[in-house]
Ligand binder design. Structure first.
Ligand code: SAM
Length: 233
């Protein structure tokens, strides 16, 4: 791996990691993110956490090949269980998983007191962003930044959150669309929700052809389509 190999998605997540951070990258298949940051001397210590043996082995190999063994450590384990209190981790990245799974990993880690020293969460859910924002809100994490980007025709959201005693109110639509993203309404945001609208159009057409009573389901789909339309109008 060289410095140019990080994807735009991981590069964007990396841009939120403070110089000298003590990082835990959870679900660190290949450990690209921590290795890249260690090579750039952006992190002082990093854990590449993996629950599956194959990706864990790839992470170990990458750490060796990148010659960053002094800074990055691969650990096999479920979610935040790879973090020890003595690691003094201040930053966690969880990228490339469903938002529901990310929320469950954070929840289990919180129960287990693994989040006590953590000052920043950098999360890149592949879907289920609403559930993840809801988890953050319910657990007193304020979203300090949100980004949406397109790479290889895929659209990704990055959510950066920090513990806070003073979190502003969120509406249902803020959870769904992202408070900052819906304020900015950039072209990628509009494209994402146009794609979602198209998916729901397809679902609605299928429901219209159903022989069963799907009137309630249709109402829900139509209501959400109207919401999307209003959002990107
Ligand atoms: N974070 C990398 C990225 O964004 O490119 C890899 C993403 S890969 C799609 C997701 C990784 O998360 C897989 O390697 C998977 O084994 C790992 N994973 C899934 N659940 C996990 C858990 N509970 N704890 C640790 N790793 C997990």
């Amino acid at each position: 791996m060289n410095d140019n190999q990080l994807s735009k998605r991981l590069e964007t997540a990396a841009s939120y990691i403070k110089k000298g951070a003590r990082l835990a990258d959870i679900g660190s298949d290949h450990a690209y993110l921590p290795c890249h940051l260690a090579q750039k001397e952006q992190v002082s210590f990093a854990i590449a956490g993996e629950v599956v043996i194959g990706p864990y082995a790839s992470a170990k190999k990458q750490i060796k090949e990148s010659n960053v063994q002094a800074v990055v450590e691969a650990r096999l384990g479920d979610g935040l269980a790879v973090i020890e209190k003595s690691d003094a981790i201040d930053t966690i990245t969880i990228c490339g998983m469903g938002g529901d799974l990310i929320a469950r990993i954070l929840d289990a880690g919180k129960e287990d007191n693994r989040l006590e020293t953590v000052e920043r969460l950098i999360l890149q859910p592949n879907n289920g962003e609403k559930k993840l924002r809801q988890w953050l809100f319910d657990n007193n994490y304020g979203i300090i930044s949100e980004e949406i980007l397109k790479e290889n025709d895929k659209i990704y959201e990055i959510i950066v959150a920090e513990p806070s005693d003073d979190i502003s109110a969120y509406t249902e639509d803020d959870f769904t669309f992202g408070k900052q993203l819906r304020q900015e309404k950039g072209p990628v945001f509009v494209e994402k929700w146009q794609r979602e609208y198209d998916k729901y159009t397809y679902i609605l057409n299928s429901l219209n052809e159903s022989q069963r009573d799907v009137s309630e389901k249709k109402k829900t789909v139509e209501a959400f389509m109207t919401k999307i339309q209003e959002e990107i109008a």
